[in-house]
Design a binder for this molecule. Structure first.
Ligand code: GAL
Length: 685
């Protein structure tokens, strides 16, 4: 019978997993006992161990020293704390660099990096691959049957982009596999522009520095290659671990809003999805962006569990100004992840370091020790989560999706466009924010995902669209779906080549119009817009439209759509700014300009209403509501982000799990600022 890694994982780690990165090698043995005592006090169930331990585990080539790790594994195991054991490949030891300098990464400008940081390896290097896999094999053979081993944490935040000659060869081989012939590559890269036509494969290279502007199609292929080579590296190590420990789940940790790795390509390779996330306490909107990341992770998992693998208990140390989380914010943020499907709340790191770059980074156990506020909050949260085991493994079911697409990110920010101070993350986050405030459940998808389960699809500035993706949008709308598409979408194909047929070539039929011309606006300039007379989308409420629109205005020609809003000034005064088209049984609303947030909120609300989307439960502004399902059970989460006390008029009866008390329909549920409630709906008690 084939082993089922996740089943055994669930049996051993039931409930919401709690813990963090544990780096005992930075501390004397005498501290380890204290660590264990305090971990037990905080109900820590899992620690990530050995993430950067290679140089200690193998101080010289082939000379292994596992004694200290044996002790730590035993100590944790004896105390009922399980281990997410890392393969330490993210930081190769100094001897590897000295003995095999070719194993070091080369920057784009040709500089070969030295030791003294981390992530400094070349992903193609045979000796790096050999030695890192030898280490992984040693770990699997030594600890594969250890009672504390729960899962593998392979590497750490894979991302290195190397420009050495070996990677250059690798890129050529990758291109040959993808494009087949040089003619095809020349066509896809548009090399007739600026005389770049290649006549032999040996002329084709990684995008090392060039004299001036770059070829965007080459950059795009390089970005794809840069993900694929890391995935390949991970996969080799994972397969090796699986061959020795087939029953142990394996994953690696993803990073929030990480431009250099396309996690859509990564997700199928992991047994569980793991995310490192550091919302900035200085930016209130960072919790909205965090929600978007959680909705993305859940969707990437496609039914697999997802873990919050790293967060900060308080402040980080890598930014200009590192604000701490205010009282209650760490708890609120942790519940937010659970509310959106996480089965684990973990931190970087367990005990704050005394030295090195991250000595001022917060930890579960800060320098201030048990007396610190952070520790008190960490311990308290651990207690609470231990009582919420029933939530684990549950799912949510969204009918709304928003598109977040790495290839589009690379392309839309990648070349000379009408607008070049474009920030894809900010634009998508703005659209997501409008969804977030409605409390409708949302999945974060791409146009290549299965869209059949959604009623509403939000497509923010999807500049790049492959022919298959264009068809997917068309059939979504014709089949009854409601799409909200914003400007500069459907412009180029997967090779960054204009889709002919007039802008937006990829979506002209869907939006019922075409763009005669793009008109970016000067920085800071706005253009007036107003709802058109007789339009039916906004039904009276037009707040936010007074603020005008900015950044962009399409000069739109209508081809079957209704006009929702028009420009009121500038050279396009009186011409359409927003279209509403109803091809087939669906609807496509097109925004030809960049709306102020409040106006975007109104449009999103209108599209959702029309599609019959309702939040899981009504709540006052600033209270985030989500639902999770486990079998026949339904859980409602209420998270108060509003900054003041809030009252929810309950539409359900059930058990509020945090206070352990019954609540009933009609009751006023009071939430303190940063307060949280989790209700198991129903009458089972
Ligand atoms: C993560 C990394 C950790 C730690 C943390 C600090 O990206 O995986 O090792 O450096 O950042 O916030």
């Amino acid at each position: 019978m084939s082993p089922k890694p996740l089943e055994s994982f669930r049996q051993r780690l039931p409930g919401i997993i709690y813990g963090g990165d544990y780096n005992p090698e930075q501390w004397p043995r005498s501290t380890w006992q204290d660590d264990i005592r305090l971990m037990r006090e905080a109900n820590v169930t899992l620690v990530s161990l050995g993430v950067f331990s290679w140089s200690l585990l193998e101080p010289a080539d082939g000379d292994f020293n596992f004694g200290w790790l044996d002790e730590v594994m035993d100590l944790l195991g004896e105390n009922g704390i399980l281990v997410n054991l890392a393969t330490p490949n993210a930081s190769p030891p100094p001897w590897l660099a000295t003995d095999f300098p070719e194993a070091l990464m080369v920057e784009r400008d040709g500089t070969r990096v030295g030791v003294g940081s981390r992530g400094h390896f070349c992903p193609s290097s045979p000796v790096y691959r050999d030695r890192s896999q030898r280490m992984a094999r040693q770990l699997a053979q030594r600890y594969g049957a250890h009672p504390a081993l729960a899962m593998w944490h392979i590497g750490n935040e894979y991302h290195a982009q190397c420009f050495c000659d070996l990677c250059d060869d690798g890129f050529r081989t990758w291109l040959q596999g993808k494009h087949g012939s040089l003619d095809e590559l020349n066509t896809r890269w548009g090399t007739t522009l600026w005389g770049q036509v290649y006549s032999d494969w040996n002329q084709v290279h990684l995008p090392r520095p060039v004299r001036g502007w770059v070829n965007p199609a080459r950059e795009l292929d390089f970005a794809r290659f840069a993900t694929d080579i890391q995935v390949d590296l991970y996969r080799q190590e994972r397969d090796l671990l699986k061959s020795i420990t087939p029953g142990i789940p394996a994953t690696t940790n993803f990073v929030q809003f990480f431009r250099v790795q396309d996690y859509r390509r990564w997700a199928p390779e992991t047994d569980v999805i793991a995310l490192d996330i550091y919302p900035d306490p200085a930016k209130p909107a960072s919790l909205v962006e965090a929600a978007m990341q959680y909705d993305l992770m859940r969707h990437l998992g496609d039914g697999k569990p997802w873990m919050m693998m790293e967060q900060a208990a308080g402040a980080v140390s890598q930014w200009k100004v590192n604000l701490p989380k205010q009282p209650g914010m760490m708890r609120l943020g942790s519940y937010q992840a659970i509310a959106r499907g996480a089965d684990a709340v973990m931190f970087f790191q367990w005990r704050a370091s005394r030295f090195g770059q991250e000595k001022f980074h917060s930890a579960m156990l800060p320098h201030g020790g048990e007396a610190s506020r952070t520790w008190q909050e960490v311990r308290q949260l651990g207690k609470e989560l231990a009582a919420l085991a029933e939530l684990a493994g549950s799912r949510s079911a969204a009918e709304v999706a928003i598109v977040w697409d790495w290839e589009n990110w690379w392309a839309v920010e990648g070349a000379a466009h009408p607008l070049n101070n474009y920030n894809y993350r900010e634009v998508v986050a703005g659209h997501y924010q409008s969804l977030w405030r409605t409390n409708a459940a949302v999945d974060v998808v791409t146009l290549s995902s299965d869209l059949s389960r959604y009623k509403v699809l939000v497509i923010p500035n999807q500049y790049l669209m492959s022919p298959t993706q264009q068809l997917a949008v068309e059939s979504f709308v014709e089949g009854g779906g409601h799409a909200l598409v914003s400007y500069f979408s459907g412009i180029v194909d997967q090779d960054d080549q204009i889709i002919e047929n007039g802008y937006p070539g990829g979506l002209r039929g869907v939006i019922g119009g075409h763009i005669r011309d793009f008109s970016p606006l000067a920085p800071g300039a706005t253009v007036g817009i107003t709802p058109a007379s007789g339009q039916t989308l906004l039904s009276g409420t037009v707040q936010g439209f007074d603020d005008g629109a900015s950044r962009w205005q399409d000069d739109l020609a209508v081809e079957g759509a209704d006009v929702v809003a028009v420009y009121t000034d500038g050279y396009l005064a009186g011409r359409p700014a927003i279209l509403d088209h109803r091809p087939g049984t669906g609807r496509a609303v097109y925004l030809g300009t960049h709306l102020a947030q409040e106006a975007l909120d109104r449009v999103v609300e209108a599209v959702l209403n029309d599609a019959g989307i309702r939040p899981p439960h009504a709540a006052p502004e600033g209270v985030e509501v989500t639902e999770r399902f486990t079998g026949s059970r339904r859980y409602l989460f209420f998270l108060n982000h509003s900054g003041s006390a809030a009252v929810v008029d309950l539409e359900v009866s059930g058990l509020e799990l945090l206070a352990g008390r019954q609540v009933a329909v009609g009751e006023s549920l009071k939430l303190e600022p940063v307060g949280v409630a989790v209700i198991r709906a129903g009458t089972e008690g």
